[in-house]
Design a protein around this ligand. Structure first.
Ligand SMILES: Cc1cc2nc3c(=O)[nH]c(=O)nc-3n(C[C@H](O)[C@H](O)[C@H](O)COP(=O)(O)O)c2cc1C
Length: 305
C-alpha cells in the first residue's frame, strides 16, 4: 500500500489540525500519505455524529489511514470491526504517543509505553481483527526512559506493518531536542519500515532521513501554516507568494465545504499560522478573530495576502 522504497513523506496526525480540509491541501502538494486526527476507540464504538464526520476522507486521499487510541481490548476490537465496514479506509494506526493526562489516565497513548505487554496484546488484537491493508503504530521513544528498540520490537512481534517514531519521550512533551539516535536505534532493531518524526523541516529533512536510516519522514508542525512543505522538500524548491495566496483561499473553501459556516471560526487558527512572518500580521489576526461570516473573512484574506 505504501512504497517505502520511495521514502514517502507523510502528514503527521494532529488533533485540531489534520482534518479533511487540511489533508486535502497537503495532498495537493505532494504528501504521499495522510492520517486522520486521533480518534478514541470509545468514541468510535459510541458512533457519535462528530466522530463519524472525523472519519471522512477527501477523494484525493489514497491511501488513507485512521488513527485510533485506547487500552481496552474489547472496545478496540469493536472499533476495528466498525472500521472494517468502511471500505474507503485503507489502514489503521494505533496511537501510543499521546502525552495528554486525560488519555494517560485511561492507560492509553504514551501510557502504553510503560506496559509493553499490554501494548503488544492490543496491537495483536488490531492485527487479528483488521481487514485493512496496513496496521501501524505511532509512538514516542519511551515514557521517561528511552526504550525505542524494545517498543519497536514489541510492535513488530505483534504484527505491525510499519512504525512511526516521534523522537521524544512523553516526559519531554514537545520540548527539548528531538533525539534522532533513538530512531536509528529502533530502525536497527527491526525489519519493518520505520518512519522518522519530530522537528522535521525543509532544512533538515534529507539529513534526518540519512542519519536515522529510516524509510519515510512524517511531518507535523512544520506543515501548519505551510502545507506546501511536502512539495518544497520533494522539489528542493520554495513555492511562490502568489501560489501561497491561492492555497490559502483553496484551504478556506475546503473548510467551508466540510464544516459549513462553522468553518469560519475553525479557520482562524490556520490564518494565524499563515500570516506568521508577514508585515501587519498582528493587526490582521485581530481582524480575523472578529470575522463571523465567510464573506468578511474572504475579504480580509484577499486584502492581506
Ligand atoms: C496540535 C497537535 C496535535 C497532535 N495530535 C496528534 C494526534 O492526534 N495523534 C498523534 O499520534 N500525534 C499527535 N500529535 C503529535 C504529532 O503527530 C507529532 O508526532 C509531533 O508533533 C512531532 O512532530 P513535528 O515536530 O513534526 O510536529 C500532535 C501534535 C500537535 C502539535
Amino acid at each position: 500500500m505504501i512504497d517505502f522504497a520511495q521514502k514517502p513523506l507523510i502528514l503527521a496526525p494532529m488533533a485540531g489540525f489534520s482534518d479533511l480540509p487540511f489533508r486535502e491541501v497537503v495532498k495537493k502538494f505532494n504528501a504521499d500519505l495522510t492520517i486522520s486526527e486521533m480518534i478514541s476507540s470509545n468514541a468510535l464504538v459510541y458512533e457519535s455524529k462528530k466522530t463519524l464526520k472525523m472519519l471522512e476522507k477527501s477523494s484525493l486521499e489514497s491511501p488513507y489511514i485512521v488513527q485510533i487510541a485506547g487500552s481496552d481490548k474489547e472496545v478496540i476490537k469493536k472499533a476495528v470491526c466498525m472500521l472494517n465496514d468502511l471500505e474507503f479506509i485503507d489502514g489503521i494506526d494505533f496511537n501510543c504517543g499521546c502525552p495528554v493526562n486525560k488519555v494517560i489516565k485511561q492507560n492509553a497513548g504514551s501510557a502504553l509505553l510503560l506496559n509493553l505487554e499490554l501494548l503488544k496484546s492490543l496491537v495483536s488484537t488490531i492485527k487479528m481483527y483488521s481487514k485493512k491493508k496496513s496496521i501501524s503504530v505511532k509512538f514516542r521513544l519511551g515514557f521517561e526512559e528511552k526504550i525505542p528498540d524494545q517498543i519497536a520490537q514489541a510492535c513488530e512481534q505483534a504484527g505491525a506493518d510499519f512504525i512511526s517514531i516521534h523522537a521524544r519521550t512523553r516526559k519531554q512533551l514537545y520540548s527539548g531536542k528531538a533525539d534522532y539516535e533513538g530512531i536509528l536505534k529502533a530502525k536497527q532493531a527491526v525489519k519493518i519500515p520505520v518512519v522518522a518524526n519530530g522537528d522535521i523541516s525543509f532544512e533538515n529533512a534529507k539529513e534526518v532521513l540519512a542519519f536515522t536510516q529510516s524509510d519515510a519522514l512524517m511531518i507535523g508542525r512544520a506543515s501548519i501554516g505551510k502545507p506546501w512543505i511536502f512539495y518544497e522538500i520533494k522539489n528542493d524548491q520554495k513555492i511562490s507568494e502568489t501560489l501561497k495566496k491561492e492555497i490559502i483561499s483553496f484551504h478556506f473553501e475546503a473548510m467551508l465545504k466540510h464544516y459549513g459556516e462553522q468553518g469560519v471560526k475553525l479557520f482562524r487558527k490556520h490564518l494565524h499560522e499563515y500570516s506568521k512572518g508577514y508585515k501587519g500580521a498582528s493587526a490582521f489576526r485581530d481582524k480575523i478573530n472578529r470575522c463571523e461570516n465567510a464573506k468578511a473573512m474572504q475579504q480580509e484574506l484577499e486584502a492581506f495576502f
